[in-house]
Design a protein around this ligand. Structure first.
Ligand code: SF4
Length: 364
């Protein structure tokens, strides 16, 4: 075990049985862990990219992106030097695009300060853009076997249930306490495996939304939440805020084999990405044609597309759309007429528009 700070020692002394978790948990992990490319080759760069991708994204969805990313940019230096449009293209559909912008900013810092080698020290890792407490712990422990906890939502859920704790896990003081306990539980010889095992238990067995599979759990005999019959009620979180809802009308405007796109503002939601033009509110086909007239074009054919919605963490877009063939006109400022090669190789369209990008003609 690792040398602990005094307050961590006092905390773990209140729950000494937590120190028995690592044995059966690691034995289970050795038998059951999913084979994943960033586990097979756990270089610091691969662990880092995988951890950033897995924020807000399921493992199955991230897998093809990870392979493609590593093939295109096999080193931190390649990432630092990459064309930002290529990066967005590699991230297209994963959402939360600031993640990849921060990855590049951090890669540039790593090249400048540490000659392209990701540091193994927690303080240095958290100084990099996009790397917070959890990601620093994950990189330091998984890639360098440093005894630093990596406490994400999965780990908070497992610990709350093991402890039968009804404390609100969104509170910083509660997170801090859980982090101290996780720190105390780490066996020094297998820090990275232990952190991954806790996360894996949360992802595969100690499932969220009231559905733990306690009959398959390697630490069932140690779990206070399960023994008290309250595991499914944990962890405690405050009710989620309601999302704001916006109605939009999207224009799929096609002229001479090109589609009209515009770039979003440099800050805010989907910053800097290209998108189909749209206006707020649901408008009629005639009103949509009038928009095109204002830009200098004339609609030759107008076809209403089915409604679609996209849900962001804090916002819902409820969309309707028109696919319009129109006469040629110069792209307004901030817009472009994109052709097939730009769409397939350079321009990243956010997944919010996936329902409509599939209506682009096949020649595009
Ligand atoms: S026994 Fe059930 S609630 Fe407890 S850690 Fe295991 S899966 Fe989670």
């Amino acid at each position: 075990m690792i040398k602990m700070k005094k307050q961590d020692e006092e905390l773990i002394a209140q729950h000494p049985w937590l120190l028995d978790v690592s044995g059966p948990l690691l034995a289970w992990y050795d038998r059951q862990a999913r084979i994943l490319p960033w586990r097979e080759q756990n270089t610091p760069y691969r662990v880092w990219v995988s951890e950033i991708m897995l924020q807000q994204t399921r493992v199955e969805a991230a897998l093809p992106y990870f392979e493609r990313f590593m093939q295109a940019l096999p080193t931190i230096k390649d990432l630092a030097d990459a064309d930002p449009q290529l990066l967005l293209k590699l991230w297209e559909g994963l959402g939360y695009y600031n993640r990849v912008r921060n990855l590049q900013a951090a890669a540039r810092a790593v090249v400048e300060k540490w000659d392209g080698n990701l540091p193994d020290q927690y303080d240095q890792l958290v100084s990099l853009p996009g790397i917070g407490d959890y990601t620093a712990g994950a990189i330091a422990s998984i890639a360098y076997n440093r005894p630093i906890p990596a406490v994400d939502g999965n780990v908070l859920r497992v610990l709350s249930r093991l402890l039968a704790s009804r404390a609100d896990v969104t509170q910083p003081s509660v997170k801090k306490e859980m982090r101290s306990l996780a720190q105390a539980m780490i066996p020094s010889e297998r820090a990275g495996d232990f952190n991954q095992a806790l996360m894996e238990l949360g992802a595969m067995v100690c499932l969220p939304n009231g559905a733990p599979r306690c009959d398959q759990c390697p630490v069932y005999h140690l779990c206070r939440g399960s023994q008290q019959g309250i595991a499914h009620e944990l962890p405690v979180k405050p009710p989620k805020k309601q999302r704001r809802s916006i109605d939009l009308t999207v224009f799929i405007l096609i002229c001479e084999g090109n589609v009209l796109l515009r770039q979003r503002p440099k800050k805010g939601l989907l910053a800097g990405l290209w998108e189909f033009p749209h206006v707020e509110g649901w408008i009629t086909a005639e009103e949509a044609s009038r928009w095109v007239n204002q830009w200098g074009g004339k609609v030759l054919d107008n076809h209403a597309l089915p409604k679609a919605q996209h849900i962001f963490s804090h916002l819902e877009w409820h969309m309707t759309a028109y696919k319009m063939l129109c006469t040629s006109f110069p792209a307004p400022k901030g817009y472009i007429w994109a052709d097939r090669s730009q769409l397939s190789g350079q321009i990243a369209l956010p997944s919010a528009f996936r329902a409509y990008s599939k209506h682009l003609p096949e020649w595009l």
